[in-house]
Design a protein around this ligand. Structure first.
Ligand SMILES: [Zn+2]
Length: 246
């Protein structure tokens, strides 16, 4: 018998059978895995809380031929607050969708897990902008995956001017005012947005959520991450569109 003990967060749940679930867990030790949670929808099951989406738990798993089976789990952080607010819930669901789509099964993902837990913590426990936390997550997540744009100056000529930078999706980095001719589709950035992007990519993770931006800078950040994600992963993520109708 092969048992594995690991901490992990449920990033997807699918009901199956009469009272079972198949869950996708982003774990500390095994990356993303799928696991069968037998009877976990029965109210008296000891798996009922820990196998719900967004719940972070310590799992004991049995490794079968095709899939893991959850033997037991102890809830470490339920992130209850995310379920009680439609904005927090929608931003969190968007983040989990990104992680589930992009992280491959059984690939080490310790940095992604740390970033995900920190982001959900700030969305859950504070009343600051969930949208800002989500944009920070997106940009830092892309960096962890190896898609960090070059933002230490102009990617074309190396100029360090910051007042008229634009973001080139084609060249994956900042362009200075004289070099914007290299990419006419680059998005112009305010100084605030350029500084925020630099900070998100380069700061220590413990300082990642410690800054605020104006509404207009947040709007710029959102345009950058949305298009960056679409270009890199060839998918339009639409969960957040629903919030505009509220
Ligand atoms: Zn330049």
């Amino acid at each position: 018998m092969s048992y594995v003990k690991t901490d992990g967060i449920i990033i997807k749940e699918v009901n199956t059978g009469e009272a079972d679930r198949i869950v996708t867990i982003l774990t500390k030790n095994r990356g993303k895995i799928s696991a069968f949670a037998k009877n976990s929808r029965r109210p008296r099951s000891n798996l009922v809380a820990g196998t719900q989406i967004m719940c972070y738990s310590n799992f004991v798993l049995f490794k079968g031929r095709d899939m893991y089976t959850i033997s037991s789990c102890d809830v470490l952080e339920p992130f209850y607050g995310l379920r009680c607010d439609v904005f927090k819930l929608t931003y969190s669901a968007h983040i989990l969708e990104l992680v589930n789509d992009i992280i491959q099964e059984e690939q080490p993902a310790v940095k992604t897990l740390q970033l995900l837990l920190n982001t959900l913590h700030f969305i859950d426990k504070t009343d600051r902008s969930s949208e800002l936390f989500t944009r920070i997550f997106e940009l830092r997540f892309l960096s962890i995956l190896g898609y960090a744009p070059y933002v230490g100056g102009c990617i074309n000529c190396g100029s360090l001017e910051t007042d008229k930078m634009s973001f080139s999706f084609k060249k994956c980095g900042f362009l200075c005012n004289s070099c914007t001719i290299e990419d006419i589709n680059a998005q112009a950035l305010s100084i605030g947005a350029a500084k925020a992007i630099y900070y998100i990519i380069h700061c220590n993770i413990k300082d990642l959520f410690s800054f605020e931006v104006s509404d207009s800078v947040l709007e710029e950040l959102s345009r950058v991450t949305k298009r960056f994600i679409k270009d890199r992963f060839d998918k339009d993520y639409k969960k957040l569109d629903f919030l505009k109708s509220l």
